[in-house]
Design a protein around this ligand. Sequence first.
Ligand SMILES: [Zn+2]
Length: 287
Amino acid sequence: MSESTDVTVDQPKPIVYGVAGALSPMVRRIVCENPSSMTGPGTNTYLVGIDEIAVIDPGPDDARHLDAIAGCGGDRIRWILLTHTHPDHSPGAVGLRERTGAQLMAYGPGPEDLPLDGTLRDGDVIEATEYHLRVLHTPGHASDHLCYLLPEERTLFTGDHIMQGSTVVIAPPDGDMQAYLASLDRLKQIKPRLRIIAPGHGYLIEDPNAVIDDYIEHRLAREQQVLTELRAAGSTTIPDLVSRIYVDVPAELHPVAAYSVWAHLRKLAAEGQAVGDTLDDTWSVAA
Ligand SMILES: [Zn+2]
């Protein structure tokens, strides 16, 4: 005889494009309709605060999305904060600034085509009446990458430093695996311990430290594979290493994998275990 059990699982808030969903007393999310293999369901734009709003990552230059953000916050939007300046996160800042008059801030100096109203550095704090946001410089995915900590809710907005549902691409030369792992490790030191990660793509992450550990473990396992295959070959090319390591991955994804292998090799080179520099180099084990 069997007894049926109804297991209730907390479902993540469903994503409805262009509509603000409340995630907590202080945080709302609007998802841009730019889903893809690189952006998951789309880019998450977060609105923090009620009376004085900080918008984190306005997303691409998508008028409907920007209208939705402005419609939610209007002139209460005081700051537009960027996690980094990749095309799915930052270009909408120009249009949102026009719509709201908010101050655009990011890691300085920022790209030439995106003039900032203020630059941010590690340790800076955005002071709003109801909350504050602490700035963490987290290079790795991009050299200008910032995360924003909302201590009142022990929530970290991670942009593409951590995304839900997949790992992130580390593409040299701006992407840096050594810096990335150090930036991941740093998140575990945040006191008090994080409760929620609000990623740039995908749903909220409710067990931050476990996910960070998984991320680090995954990268270190891949690094071991790269080193093992490089040792077996003695000296070889990145496409050769990719075909040895990514046996189960369709060939059309191999160019992306090549960047990842390159990132691992550069870390190994910086640590004195591999010799080589560029994507096209012949790489070898250090003597
Ligand atoms: Zn992204």
